[in-house]
Design a protein around this ligand. Sequence first.
Ligand code: FCB
Length: 457
Amino acid sequence: MKTPIFKDLPMTLRRADFSDDFVWGVSTSSYQIEGAATLDGRVPSIWDTFSATAGKVRDGSTGAVACDHYHRWEQDLDLAQSMGLNAYRFSIAWPRIFNGVDAEPNAKGLEFYSKLVDGMLARGLQPWCTLYHWDLPQYLQDQGGWENRATISAYLHYVDVVTRHLGDRVRHWITHNEPWCTAMHGNWDGMHAPGKRSLPLALQVCHHVMVSHGRAVALIRANVADAQVGIALSLHPIHAASASAEDQAAVQRHDGLRNRWFLDPLYGRGYPAQVLELVGEDAPRIEAGDMEAIAAPLDFLGVNYYFPEVVRDAPEHYPLRSAIIHPEGRERTAFGWEVAPQGMVELLARIARDYPTGPLYITENGSTYEDQVSADGSIDDVQRRDYLIRHLAAMRDAIAAGGNIRGYFAWSLLDNFEWAEGYLRRFGLTYIDYATQERTLKHSGHWYSAFLHGAQN
Ligand code: FCB
């Protein structure tokens, strides 16, 4: 393999620019990497069903094998350790823990995560556990999934079992990953499992997910000494297509559902009145005590930052009367997502200005490009490396401006099953040859590693 050269770094950046106790991680999720879909008592999740349905995943693939992390986790944790990381974010596959509504917990499933956590601790990696990263057991979807309030109780039972089992070793807990995606991609635009298309359904799902989050907080604290509990939200700066009053007003409406719909209730303000008015009868049914539950105080907020959105006034669009546009001439990843490190600075400042969040962590940030494997087997993903450097520099600026940002998790350690895009999108710092399962650290991964080992760039 070529020795990576970092002479051409676009800017100077060192780990020493951040505090000694800064959390440096990578982020992963169960369905995207584990594979072993039918092993050791795992039952299908909504993603097994969805990805097996023709036309749902662009390359017709599923997560049945993925990165085979279920068998190769030691190698993967070795890699994370060798990079100089001090934290590792992973998620638990609920269908490995329970195989039915009244079932006993599956000892083999718990044992897998127990070994995984021990493996992290042995390698100096602080475990950050996400309890729900979209792989709902199919047997629960068969009873209505998150639309059914009973799923809240099922989730709390699952959380209780997992936190009792791992709580002696895992302090950092994330209740849900990106509830916007769970609700809206899953039930409004149908791009994700379970693939439904109904706004009132999506809003009801969203509400139940948020209630389950809030009610899980006290439970986790009861089971885990000194627990640090948070949620990971996908948040976006929203910009106007023009300076017109109409487009500026569209920004407010769009932001209402994209960002404030989550942040306002988490910090005790209820759902934004403006959005409730826009959705009218499609608003979720809320029971007594729900909003108080959602507002359970948190120890941190996880921010998944990928890109800003630009919107214009669009009176014909129900319910927000806004439309996302993609202005020409902006730098974009292969996915079409705008590359905007400054957007991260802006977003973090806005969150801190508007909400009493306490510590913030970037729980995901990363990019996908068309990786080329060179004749010598190396992957010179200079664009991904630069994306990483520029976002770390932006984070440094956000901290210098007073931001209470305590950690960064790059998405992702490995190329993996990228949901509706299947294996067409590579987000890894490590290249996966899916035919052989060989792992090769990309140039971006070498850069992150050199940075974490204190290289003087
Ligand atoms: C986020 C998801 C994560 C991954 C990245 C690219 O929305 O949380 O699983 O798919 O996007």
